[in-house]
Design a protein around this ligand. Structure first.
Ligand code: SF4
Length: 472
């Protein structure tokens, strides 16, 4: 069958989509470049905040409306799990797969092949096992339901097969995401993720090492480690300093010229051993994405986050002492319930004091089912908007100054693409260790080099987001 996968949301979804691609390709199905050419359209959904859910529903409705008689529509991922009934109610959706069921996509497509036609049908249930979880909510009429008991030897073998096919997949560039755990043990007051993903489950270290090794063998030059909460890795495996141990092991199997990047670290999960490990290995990018969400202790308490900002500052100082060129990225929420002027000012003062390289800001979104949604003093939308702009204005010169430190210096750049200017000059586009794919800036270099290569560039100019330079 011909299939088309549309991925919404974050890099963790991209990882799962790649897994679905691999499974379907290994079963002989063919990826096509547009939904109109596909027999099966798979939308990997996002339910992060209300805007993401609106987008998911709009996309599903559009796909449902455009659906041709013999096409099938599958909703996979976070929103298919957290808002199953809502997703199943979209006309045209034939099956849903939760974040823990996407590896069953091959079985679902096989059922379509065997005659499970799309469109309204009597309620029915296909015997598709579910790996590592209990059955989903009962399916709506006409919907394929996944039923079964957790984990059988066949399912474990299924996972192993998936892993093998995943690492054989065709790469779409020099980077790959590698998910090391899923779920989260924490319960931040604004977050819905633990309510549908459950507690953190670490991927076995051997499986991660195998995937990393084979990704490197395929020519991947950057492995981006992702999880809901990266620094908690191994807690369920009874490991102490599990992430540091994993990194030590990874650096044994990944070549020295392949980057390993860490995304989504929790501030209080950063231990002295982790810092020392990051500093010691040349493969590990001197880069850390550490979402902090706020800087005022009262606000952090209301968020059910670690309220000790002084400790966070000490952690950042320790990171910078061990890795002077460390690029730090963080995200913050503005307009969280009860945010006072003083608390917001404390956040701005924190940004000025700590000088984080890259900052993303989210406007607080009231998520039904979260503790935060029940809090009094919800902040008016116009105040949130004003504060968001204020925060970005405060951060821009900081990011610019952090980038300017690289003017005149030489930096390694992973080339991702090339083009030319209007007057015909060749221009390369890439990223340095300071730039994570999709969320950070880029490095533009005058010159020519193949995509996927790592080159040395001398930086001639910085902006708040990007660097410009020439081949060194
Ligand atoms: S650390 Fe907090 S924000 Fe992140 S996934 Fe866990 S509960 Fe959600």
């Amino acid at each position: 069958m011909r299939y088309y996968i549309l991925t919404l949301g974050c890099p963790k979804n991209s990882v799962d989509s790649e897994g679905m691609h691999s499974i379907l390709a290994a079963q002989g199905h063919t990826a096509v470049p547009s939904s109109s050419e596909a027999d099966v359209v798979i939308v990997n959904t996002c339910s992060f905040i209300a805007a993401a859910r609106d987008e998911t529903l709009a996309v599903l409705r559009e796909m449902g409306e455009q659906k041709q008689p013999q096409q099938h529509l599958v909703a996979a991922g976070c929103m298919a799990e957290s808002h199953t009934a809502l997703v199943q109610a979209v006309p045209g959706v034939d099956a849903t797969l939760s974040t823990q069921q996407w590896m069953q996509i091959g079985n679902v497509v096989r059922q379509f092949e065997n005659g499970a036609a799309s469109g309204p049908r009597p309620s029915r249930s296909l015997d598709i096992p579910v790996i590592g979880m209990s059955a989903t909510a009962p399916a709506a009429p006409g919907m394929i339901a996944l039923v079964g008991d957790p984990v059988t030897p066949e399912q474990v073998q299924g996972y192993a097969d998936w892993r093998t096919t995943q690492i054989r997949r065709t790469m779409n560039g020099p980077s790959a995401y590698l998910k090391i755990s899923d779920g989260c043990n924490l319960r931040c007051a604004f977050c819905t993720i633990p309510s549908f993903k459950g507690d953190m489950r670490s991927k076995p270290m051997g499986a991660i090492l195998g995937e990393a090794q084979e990704l490197a063998a395929l020519g991947v030059r950057e492995i981006v480690l992702v999880a809901q909460h990266l620094t908690d890795y191994g807690r369920d495996l009874k490991l102490t300093d599990g992430l540091a141990t994993l990194l030590d092991e990874l650096c044994q199997v990944v070549p020295q010229d392949t980057w390993i990047r860490l995304m989504y670290a929790y501030p209080h999960g950063i231990t002295p051993r982790l810092i020392e490990t990051m500093a010691r290995h040349p493969q590990i990018c001197k880069y850390l994405d550490m979402p902090l969400q706020h800087a005022h202790s009262d606000m952090l308490r209301r968020m059910r986050r670690p309220p000790d900002t002084e400790r966070t500052k000490a952690t950042i100082a320790a990171l910078r002492e061990a890795m002077p060129d460390l690029a730090l990225r963080s995200t913050f929420i503005v307009g969280y319930p009860g945010e006072t002027k003083e608390e917001f000012k404390a956040l701005l003062a924190f940004l000025e004091a700590v000088q984080i390289d890259r900052v993303g800001a989210f406007r607080y979104s009231q998520e039904p089912g979260t503790h935060a949604a029940t809090l009094p003093n919800q902040v008016p939308a116009y105040t949130t908007e004003r504060r968001w702009h204020r925060l970005m204005q405060t951060q821009q010169p900081i990011s610019y100054e952090r980038n300017r430190r690289w003017e005149g210096r030489t930096i390694t750049v992973l080339v991702e693409g090339k083009g030319e200017t209007e007057d015909g000059q060749p221009l390369l586009v890439g990223r340095s260790f300071r730039d994570a794919p999709e969320v950070d800036g880029q490095v533009f270099i005058w010159g020519e080099a193949p995509a996927g290569s790592m080159i040395q560039a001398t930086i001639t100019e910085a902006t708040a987001y990007d660097l410009w330079g020439e081949l060194a």
